[in-house]
Write a protein that binds this ligand. Structure first.
Ligand code: UDP
Ligand code: MG
Length: 320
């Protein structure tokens, strides 16, 4: 039987949790012959979130919770939820009803019957967010996409249902500085995208402010890109070219100040280039330290039970 685990990070969500539980339960329990569990992660809430979770787990055997000793952040909460989940399919949802539970049946269909490993929600529109936040987010995703070559687009968030194979691959990534959006992209697998409209949170307040968004963006770049360590290399080369130009000029116009400037810039460029070389060693060591898997298997011959895919008859003729 295909069990669904619904993972819900919660930080001060007392105002919205009851509505989230009722609405999501109504929808998930209507998916036929599919057991489910809720895994709530109380991320060090200071309000009555934990009391509500205690009550839910007391009343409903399908509700489990973990409560952190302090606020560790949503990334840690998602990792804890995926670790605790026992389902064949895991879906991560925000508690504020910004991730529409109505999409769950379609997501389940995609991962259980359509051959996808993951069905991810892609938010279109940003009606619930302010102008500045929308603008900064869009710019950030543009930059990070260029720097990491991973597919991380604006609107593609953590709301996604994944099969066990993909969840296990994510759990293999044990790095401490977690940037789950990057991890989803790094592990690969077949993903189906379903769009949903952004809505304002049902109740309560967002946990983000401009400072935390900047630090999140910075973490994302540092976790998945070593490109900033190449900056001294580029600067060093530019300085080297300038000093060479000045050096040649001093041959035709021998002036002391020109020669001194050329030598100073040349020494500066050497320093930059040395920093670049150090950075390259550092970046290798940094990636090595993360101990990420060298490859991730999606399928192997042992797992072939039936051949039913589209053009397979063509290939059957060819390999006979
Ligand atoms: N959250 C969390 N720990 C935090 C911040 C947020 O577990 O430190 C949870 C929060 O309770 C919610 C989800 O992460 O379920 C998304 O948070 P929020 O709605 O504030 O983010 P936004 O939708 O504004 O991006
Ligand atoms: Mg929200």
């Amino acid at each position: 039987m295909n069990k669904i685990s619904i993972i819900v990070p919660c930080f001060n969500e007392e105002e919205v949790l009851p509505a989230f539980y009722q609405e999501t339960k109504k929808i998930v329990s209507a998916i036929e012959q599919t057991p489910y569990e809720f895994i709530f992660i109380d991320d060090g809430s200071k309000d009555h979130t934990l009391d509500i979770l205690r009550l839910l787990s007391y009343q409903d055997g399908c509700c489990k919770y973990i409560s952190f000793s302090r606020n560790f952040g949503k990334e840690a909460a998602m990792y804890a939820g995926l670790t605790e989940a026992t389902g064949d399919y895991c879906v991560i949802m925000d508690a504020d009803l910004q991730h529409p539970p109505a999409l769950l049946p379609a997501m389940y269909q995609a991962v259980s019957a359509e051959g996808y490993d993951c069905c991810a929600g892609k938010r279109v529109g940003r009606e619930g967010d302010g102008f500045l936040r929308s603008f900064l987010s869009k710019s950030f995703y543009h930059v990070i996409q260029k720097m990491t070559h991973l597919n991380m687009s604006d609107g593609a968030g953590d709301f996604r249902m994944m099969n066990r194979r993909m969840v296990n691959a994510i759990l293999e990534m044990k790095e401490y500085n977690r940037y789950t959006k990057g991890i989803f992209s790094f592990v690969g697998f077949e993903t189906k995208w379903v769009e949903f409209h952004n809505v304002e949170r049902a109740a309560g307040k967002t946990k983000w402010n401009i400072k935390s968004l900047f630090s999140y963006a910075f973490d994302g770049i540092l976790s998945f890109s070593t490109a900033p360590l190449k900056i001294p290399g580029v600067l060093g080369l530019i300085l080297l070219l300038i000093s060479a130009g000045l050096g040649v000029t001093t041959v035709f116009h021998p002036k002391t100040w020109l020669m001194v400037t050329a030598i100073m810039i040349f020494l500066g460029s050497l320093q930059m280039l040395m920093v670049f070389i150090l950075g390259q060693y550092l970046s290798k060591d940094y990636l090595e330290n993360k101990k990420r898997p060298i490859y991730i298997v999606r399928e192997e011959s042992d797992s072939v039970s039936s051949l039913s895919t589209g053009n397979i008859t063509e290939f059957k003729k060819a390999v006979r």
